[in-house]
Ligand binder design. Structure first.
Ligand code: CTP
Ligand code: ZN
Length: 154
């Protein structure tokens, strides 16, 4: 079967597959690999997917991302699959899991929150999965973020 290859297979690294269509660049942002970087990264957006209609894929070469790094992307890409590739073969495959707490990733929407002042307080939210999506609650002021989490990313 002829298979169109938009991005070539990688030798070693991490492939984040089944990302919700259009979210690849936000995934890179969450992983902290956007802007100035030495990482070898390829991303495809809005490619056809049997399961999802369309999807995005991110490939990070030469680096095996740890689950705790990658699970943060479940906030915006709950269906993502993490594939660890060694010598061209997929050696590990797992779905992202939503962490129960996230720290230093999202800015609290409350301007008066202690995490938004000059105090050395890192933002911290508890993560709750609801029917309508993910809900974040600030542990300091209890303000809830339930929509457009991407817009609150630090
Ligand atoms: N991949 C890659 N380089 C490799 C091996 C795999 O970039 N050397 C990519 C594939 O292109 C795919 C992902 O890693 O996007 C997962 O590969 P694989 O498990 O072979 O694909 P599927 O069986 O289609 O995955 P799934 O069952 O998760 O849909
Ligand atoms: Zn707060």
């Amino acid at each position: 079967m002829k298979k169109e290859l938009r991005v070539r297979p990688i030798k070693n690294g991490t492939v984040i597959d089944h990302i919700a269509a259009g979210q690849a660049l936000n995934v890179l942002k969450i992983l902290g690999i956007i802007g100035q970087t030495d990482a070898v990264i390829s991303a495809v957006t809005n490619v056809p997917s049997q399961a999802m209609g369309t999807k995005d894929i991110v490939k990070v070469e030469g680096r095996e991302l740890a689950p705790h790094e990658v699970d943060k992307i479940a906030l915006i890409a709950p269906s993502a699959t993490i594939n660890i590739v060694r010598e061209y073969k997929v050696k590990e495959k797992h779905k992202v899991a939503l962490p129960s707490v996230i720290e230093g990733l999202v800015r609290c929407a409350n301007p008066n929150c202690i995490s938004n002042t000059n105090e050395p307080v890192i933002s911290k939210f508890t993560v709750n999965k609801r029917e309508k999506g993910v809900q974040l609650r600030c542990v300091y002021c209890e303000r809830v973020i339930s929509e457009n989490i991407v817009e609150h990313l630090l």
